[in-house]
Design a protein around this ligand. Structure first.
Ligand code: MGD
Ligand code: MGD
Ligand code: SF4
Ligand code: MO
Length: 761
C-alpha cells in the first residue's frame, strides 16, 4: 500500500561484509555511520537535510543537546562535528512529503491498523487536520473551527475527568502553556513520557539531593577520570556521549560498563569525530560487568561492601555532607556476600575490580539510563548508585557526580516547565500567584495512572501533545481498550503512528498536524539532559499547501477559548517571547530565559550543577536512603498456563529496548546489525540457554508473557547474559502486563518474565 524506502531496510555493505564471520560488526559506530550519512545526504532529499542540519535549532532526537544558536553541529561547549546519524534519521523522517489530500478517504482505519510502526511512519507528514467520528472506519477532514469547538467542549467537562499526555519533542513554551492551561482548569492530570522513562531518577534524586536532574555539566564530565555507565546503550541512543568516553580513555581514564548485554559499541566504538580510529574503533569499557537483569542494586551494595571492608569509605565526607549514612553503612555491613552474589550473578573478583577502579579514581561520574529505571525497584536502584557516589565523595565537586542520561530531546524541559504529576511547591506557589487562584495539590495521573483511570471509565477527554501513548505502554490490549473508553482524544503530531490507528476514542479522535521544531514560525527553547537551554530559531516547512499549526498557537487559542482574558491574557501567549517571560517569573533557575530574545545567549539552568557538596535539601546535606536487595524470581511454566511437560521450553527474564534504527515507538530501519538481529521479530538469547532447551539458532519460537504471545520469533544468539534475553519495543509490548515501581509509576520493561516454546500453544 505504501511506497517504502527500501534503502532504509538494507544492511550497510561494511556490516554485511563482516556478517560472514560472526554476523555482527567488531565495533559500534564506525564506517556504517559515514555510509548512512553519505547515503542520506547525497540522496534527492540531501540538500534539504543539509539545510535543516545547519538550521539554528537543537537536534530533534536525544537529550544530549547538540545544535542550537551556533549552528547545527555544535555541542554545549561550542565544539564542532557533534552531529550523529540519529539526527539525520529524525530530520529525514520529518522531511518526508505530506499525506495526499485523499489519503484518508482511500484507506480505512482497519487497513491502517495492519501497518507496522515503520510503515505508519513512512506514510509521510501529517498535513491537514482530520477527525474520526464514532463508528466510522475513516478519518475525514475537519475545519479548525470545529476542532476548537469540540476541544473546548471536551475540556470544559469536570477537571478530574480531563487529562493530557505529552512527549518530550515539543518546546518548553508549548509544555509551559499546556500545564498552565490544564492546571488553570483545576486538573493536575499531566501525564508525560518521562513517567515511562526517567521518573525514578527524578524521584530518587529529589529525595536524596533535593534536585531531580543531572548534577554534572558536560564541562565537568570532561574532568572525570572514571565513568560508570549503567544500563545505557549510549552507542545507539546517545552517540555523542561516546565522544566523551573516547576522550576519557585517551587521557588515561577508565570506563566501567554495567549491562547484561555486551553491547558491541560499549566494548569498542568508532566515532566520526575521531576519524583516525573510525574504522578500528577505540576501546570503551575498561571493565564490563554483566549482571542479571534487575539486580544492579545488589552489585552496588557489593561495591559498597568492598569499600567498607577495605577501609575505603570516605567517612569524613559522609559525616560532613550527608544524613542517615550510618543506617546505610549498617545495612551494607549486614548484607551477606552470598546474597549479593546470588542476586546479581557476578563473582566477588568482578565486584572487587569495580570497587578498586572507583576507589583509585579521583573523579567519578555515575551515569545511567533505562536499564536502571525500567525495573520494579528502580527508585532503590538509583539510591544505590547515589550511595556509592556519596561513600566515595564523588558528588559535589568538579569532574564527579550523578548523571541520568535522559531520553527525548526536550523531555527534561517538560519536567522543568511543570508537566509533572508531582509538582514542586515552589513552582505551584509561583503559578498560583500568576493565576491568582489556588491550584489542586493532590498529584494528578501519571502515564500509567492515566491508562488505568481510562480503563475504568474515569477519563472523558485527553489531549496528546506528541508521542504515542498507545504503543509506549505495556499491555497493548489494555491500552487500546482504555483509550477506547475516552470520549474525545486530540492528537497533536507531526507524523502518523500506530497510536493514531489503534488508540481510537469512543466519540471523536482528532489529529492536529503540527510544525516540527525547525519549522515553527516563532522562536522556541528546549533543555538538554545536561541542564543547558537551547534556543531554536524560526523556520519554514517544506510542505507546500499544507494546513499545519504550531503547538503554541493551538494551545494558546484553546486556552483563550477555555479561560478568556483572565487573570492573564491567554491570547497574548501566542507570542512565545511573552511565554518565556512568564517562565522566567515562575520557574526557578530559568530567570535568564526572560532575556534570551535580546541576548540570543543559551545558558545553563541555575542551581542544577553541584561543584560543592551543598544540596537544596532541608538540611543542606544529601539524605542517604537504605537499599534492600531485590528478590528476583521468575515464574514457572505453570504460571503461564503451560504444563511443565511442555517441551522444549524455558523461562527467561526479557529485556525490551531499542535498536539504533528506531526512535522509541517509531522504527526507521528493520535490522539491528550491531546485535546481529536481521529484523524486528527476533529474540536475542545466550546460546547455552537455547541449547539446553533444545533450540537452535534461527529456529522460530513462540514467546509468551503474562499479557500476550508472539509467534514466529527467530532466535538469534548473542552476548546476552545467560537467563536473560532481549527483544524490541514496541512490538514486544503486547507480551507484558504493567508491573510498576510504586513511587515513580514507571513500568518494569527490562525484566519481563517470558516463556519460550517451540510451537504456538
Ligand atoms: N537511537 C535511539 N536513540 C534514542 C532513543 C531511541 O529509541 N533510539 N530513545 C530516547 C529515549 S526516550 C531514551 S529513554 C533513551 C534510552 O536509552 P537507553 O536507556 O540506552 O535504551 P534502552 O534500549 O532502553 O536500554 C538500555 C540498556 O539497558 C540494558 N539493560 C537492560 N536491563 C538492564 C539491567 O537490569 N541492568 C543494567 N545495568 N542494564 C540493563 C540493555 O541491555 C540496554 O543496553 O534513548 C534516547 N535516544
Ligand atoms: N517495552 C518498552 N516500552 C517502552 C520503553 C522500553 O524501553 N521498552 N521505553 C519507554 C520510554 S523510555 C519512552 S520515553 C516512551 C516513549 O513514548 P512516546 O514519547 O509517547 O513515543 P514516541 O515514539 O517518542 O512518539 C513518537 C511520535 O511523536 C510525534 N512527534 C514527533 N515530533 C513531534 C513534535 O515535534 N511535536 C508533536 N506534537 N509530535 C511529534 C510523532 O507523531 C511520532 O510518531 O516509551 C516507553 N515504552
Ligand atoms: S547525540 Fe543526541 S543530540 Fe547529539 S546529534 Fe546525536 S541524537 Fe542529536
Ligand atoms: Mo525515554
Amino acid at each position: 500500500m505504501t511506497q517504502l524506502d527500501q534503502t532504509e531496510g538494507q544492511a550497510p555493505a561494511a556490516i554485511a561484509a563482516g556478517a560472514a564471520a560472526d554476523n555482527t560488526p567488531a565495533i559500534g559506530g564506525g564506517l556504517p555511520v559515514i555510509q548512512y550519512w553519505a547515503q542520506k545526504t547525497l540522496s534527492p532529499q540531501g540538500p534539504q537535510i543539509w539545510q535543516t542540519l545547519f538550521h539554528k535549532s537543537a537536534c530533534l532526537s536525544c537529550s544530549w543537546g547538540t545544535g542550537g544558536q551556533n549552528g547545527g553541529f555544535i555541542n554545549e561547549l561550542e565544539e564542532p562535528l557533534q552531529r550523529c546519524m540519529k539526527s539525520v534519521q529524525a530530520i529525514s523522517a520529518e522531511l518526508q512529503p505530506g499525506l495526499g489530500d485523499h489519503f484518508f478517504a482511500r484507506h480505512t482505519i482497519t487497513e491502517l491498523q495492519a501497518l507496522t510502526s515503520r510503515e505508519a511512519d513512512r506514510l509521510g507528514r501529517l498535513s491537514f487536520p482530520v477527525i474520526r467520528r464514532a463508528g466510522a472506519d475513516h478519518y475525514e477532514p475537519i475545519s479548525w473551527e470545529e476542532i476548537y469547538q469540540l476541544t473546548t467542549a471536551a475540556f470544559s467537562l469536570p477537571p478530574e475527568r480531563v487529562a493530557s499526555y505529552s512527549s518530550g519533542r515539543s518546546s518548553n513554551e508549548a509544555a509551559y502553556l499546556l500545564q498552565l492551561m490544564v492546571r488553570a482548569l483545576g486538573s493536575n492530570n499531566l501525564a508525560d513520557c518521562s513517567d515511562l522513562c526517567h521518573a525514578p531518577s527524578t524521584v530518587s534524586l529529589n529525595k536524596v539531593f533535593g534536585t531531580g536532574t543531572s548534577l554534572v555539566s558536560l564541562e565537568s564530565l570532561r574532568q572525570a577520570d572514571c565513568v560508570v555507565l549503567v544500563g545505557s546503550n549510549a552507542p545507539a541512543n546517545h552517540p555523542r556521549l561516546m565522544n566523551e568516553l573516547i576522550e576519557l580513555r585517551d587521557r588515561g581514564g577508565k570506563v566501567i560498563a554495567i549491562n547484561p548485554v555486551k553491547e558491541v559499541g560499549l566494548v569498542k566504538f568508532g566515532s566520526p569525530a575521531h576519524p583516525l580510529r573510525l574504522v578500528q574503533g577505540q576501546e570503551i569499557a575498561s571493565l564490563f560487568l554483566q549482571p542479571i537483569p534487575g539486580s544492579d542494586l545488589a552489585l552496588f551494595v557489593g561495591i559498597q561492601k568492598v569499600l567498607l571492608e577495605r577501609g575505603w569509605v570516605q567517612f569524613d565526607y559522609l559525616k560532613a555532607h550527608t544524613e542517615n549514612w550510618q543506617a546505610v553503612i549498617d545495612q551494607v555491613a549486614a548484607t551477606e556476600w552470598e546474597a549479593i552474589a546470588a542476586t546479581c550473578g557476578l563473582s566477588l573478583p568482578e565486584i572487587v575490580a569495580a570497587a578498586e577502579m572507583i576507589h583509585s579514581s579521583q573523579n567519578v561520574v555515575f551515569a545511567w539510563a533505562m536499564g536502571i529505571t525500567h525495573q520494579v525497584n528502580s527508585v532503590d536502584n538509583v539510591f544505590s548508585i547515589a550511595n556509592t557516589a556519596l561513600m566515595t565523595g564523588n558528588v559535589g565537586k568538579p569532574g564527579a557526580g550523578l548523571m541520568p542520561v535522559r531520553g527525548h530531546s526536550n523531555v527534561q524541559g517538560f519536567g522543568s516547565m511543570g508537566v509533572i504529576a508531582h509538582l514542586k511547591d515552589s513552582i505551584r506557589e509561583a503559578l498560583e500567584k500568576l493565576l491568582g487562584k489556588s491550584l489542586r495539590r493532590e498529584p494528578g495521573y501519571d502515564a500509567r495512572a492515566l491508562i488505568e483511570a481510562a480503563d475504568r471509565g474515569a477519563v472523558d477527554s485527553l489531549l496528546c501533545l506528541g508521542g504515542n501513548l498507545y504503543a509506549a505502554n505495556p499491555d497493548l490490549t489494555q491500552a487500546q481498550r482504555a483509550l477506547g473508553n475516552i470520549d474525545t482524544i486530540i492528537y497533536l503530531a507531526t507524523k502518523p503512528n500506530q497510536g493514531h490507528f489503534h488508540g481510537l476514542a469512543r466519540q471523536n479522535t482528532i489529529i492536529v498536524p503540527v510544525f516540527a521544531r525547525f519549522e515553527n514560525p516563532h522562536k522556541t527553547t528546549v533543555e538538554s539532559g545536561n541542564n543547558f537551554v537551547r534556543l531554536n530559531s524560526p523556520g519554514k516547512t517544506h510542505l507546500k499547501g499544507a494546513d499545519l499549526v504550531s503547538e503554541v498557537d493551538f494551545l494558546a487559542e484553546l486556552a483563550h477559548r477555555l479561560h478568556g482574558d483572565q487573570p492573564i491574557d491567554w491570547r497574548r501567549l501566542h507570542d512565545t517571547r511573552y511565554v518565556r517571560q512568564l517562565i522566567a517569573q515562575t520557574i526557578p533557575g530559568y530567570e535568564k530565559i526572560g532575556e534570551i530574545d535580546d541576548t540570543n545567549t543559551e545558558f545553563t539552568i541555575g542551581g542544577r550543577i553541584f561543584l560543592e557538596p551543598k544540596f537544596p535539601t532541608p538540611s543542606g546535606k544529601a539524605e542517604m536512603q537504605p537499599t534492600p536487595l531485590p528478590n528476583l524470581t521468575l515464574p514457572t511454566l505453570q504460571d503461564f498456563g503451560l504444563p511443565d511437560t511442555q517441551q522444549p521450553a524455558l523461562v527467561l527474564a526479557l529485556i525490551t529496548g531499542r535498536s539504533y534504527g528506531q526512535h522509541n515507538t517509531v522504527v526507521y530501519k528493520e535490522a539491528d546489525e550491531y546485535r546481529g538481529m536481521p529484523h524486528r521479530q527476533c529474540i536475542l538469547m545466550h546460546p547455552i540457554d537455547a541449547q539446553q532447551a533444545g533450540f537452535a539458532e534461527h529456529q522460530r519460537v513462540s514467546v509468551r508473557g503474562d499479557a500476550g504471545q508472539l509467534d514466529d520469533i527467530e532466535i538469534i544468539f548473542g552476548e546476552v547474559r545467560s537467563g536473560a534475553a532481549l527483544m524490541f519495543y514496541p512490538e514486544a509490548n503486547v507480551l507484558m502486563k504493567a508491573r510498576i515501581e510504586v513511587r515513580s509509576g514507571t513500568p518494569a520493561y527490562k525484566r519481563v518474565p517470558v516463556a519460550i516454546f517451540a510451537r504456538a500453544v
